[in-house]
Design a protein around this ligand. Structure first.
Ligand code: GN1
Ligand code: MG
Length: 367
């Protein structure tokens, strides 16, 4: 089938090569090399993204907006089939294609603070450039994707319906998650107080969704644009906390290796705020640290829910895979919460330094 797909996108030359690419859980991705350049081809999981055309429409609308607003900004729009379609449907599968950005690399894990800084800056820059764009006019590819109340109720339902074997295997994780329900209470307080502004966010800010320059390591652009949707900044910042802070990923089963790297926290804060600082309201900035609790807790709920439901969403490469992922996230959450006093010190320190710099600048202006 893949040859048929390549042909439809006009990429079926005799020298075309393709290989599986990246480690996403939902879509299949290939890198395609042709004489005309390199491309990224994706098979979209239509069980999850039921309306791929709507996603592409969002991407194209944002592409046009950004071309006008910031012509120098790199935003990767789709490549069309020779028949002019942005999404190709073959045998019940949907495919789409993007140009591969030359000189770009992706990494699977954050090795050092500069990478976290660059990625956070890219995600911040994206939302900042779209500050005047009407986010509510976008199609919502996954309704309630980061609605924590929905994730809690899905989890509670899964606990109710799970079979006895899975329920007893998950007993420890269930007790831990129930202990952390204050995170959901705080979410409701935040919604009630109407603190968060709706803007356009990426909603899947893992490091492999940022292209870095092969030579300089500088951020080039963001990719994997399925979940560009209206939302809250705690989604994007929280997912960076969730996926950058620890030296090991959500797949790690030796939980002793999970740790919170303070220099990476500092880099996420500096990188994101270098773009979003002027845009985020002070009351939103107060939630910078909470964002990590919000997203790590939600991901733990989602993995455990899937384990209890029989691995129907994420799939499982081995028995208890999603239980391990959930336990991994619970370890991370506990370490994150222990690190909060240190995070607070860092933010306070940075803000004080910022105030001093602007005071000095004011003094210079007056002299
Ligand atoms: C999924 O497929 P991927 O890896 O881009 C999931 C994210 C989770 C992530 C956990 C649509 O993203 O929300 O954070 O797995 N995407 C969807 O690895 O559910
Ligand atoms: Mg994704």
């Amino acid at each position: 089938m893949i040859l048929e797909v390549l042909k439809a996108f006009g990429l079926d030359g005799s020298e075309t090569k393709y290989r599986l690419f990246g480690g996403g859980l939902i879509n299949n991705t290939w890198k395609v090399s042709t004489v005309a350049g390199d491309f990224i081809l994706q098979q979209i999981n239509t069980d999850i993204f039921a309306a791929p055309e709507k996603i592409i429409d969002n991407i194209v609308r944002l592409q046009h907006y950004l071309e006008k607003k910031a012509p120098e900004y790199l935003f990767v729009g789709p490549v069309k089939t020779t028949a002019g379609q942005s999404v190709l449907h073959i045998d019940g599968f949907a495919f789409r294609c993007f140009p591969f950005i030359q000189k770009s690399i992706t990494i699977e894990k954050v090795e050092h603070a500069k990478q976290a800084y660059e990625a956070a800056k890219q995600f911040g820059k994206f939302t900042c450039l779209l500050n005047d764009f009407d986010a509510s006019s976008l199609s919502v590819s996954l309704p309630d994707f980061h609605n924590l109340n929905l994730r809690v109720s899905q989890y509670q339902k899964a606990v109710e319906l799970a079979d006895d074997t899975r329920l007893s295997l998950a007993a420890g994780a269930i007790a831990e998650l129930n202990r952390h329900m204050d995170i959901a209470d705080r979410y409701n307080d935040i919604l009630k107080a109407d603190i968060l502004k709706i803007r356009t966010f990426h909603h899947d800010t893992k490091i492999s969704n940022v292209l870095l320059h092969e030579d300089t390591g500088l951020g080039m652009c963001i990719i994997d644009l399925d979940t560009l949707m209206p939302g809250y900044f705690i989604s994007d910042v929280g997912d960076m906390m969730r996926t950058y802070l620890s030296p090991v990923t959500e797949e790690e089963t030796d939980f002793n290796l999970i740790a919170v790297r303070i220099d990476i926290f500092e880099a996420i804060y500096s990188g994101y705020m270098s773009e979003m600082g002027p845009v985020l309201k002070p009351s939103e900035q107060q939630l910078f640290i909470y964002s990590g609790q919000f997203m790590i807790f939600m991901q733990a709920l989602r993995f455990l829910t899937d384990f209890l439901n029989g691995d129907i969403y994420y799939g499982a490469a081995y028995p208890n895979h999603n239980l391990n992922r959930a336990q991994n996230q619970i370890h991370l959450l506990n370490q994150y919460i222990d690190s909060i006093p240190r995070f607070e010190e860092i933010i306070q320190d940075k803000n004080l330094r910022q105030i001093k710099i602007s005071e000095n600048n004011d003094d210079e202006d007056q002299t």
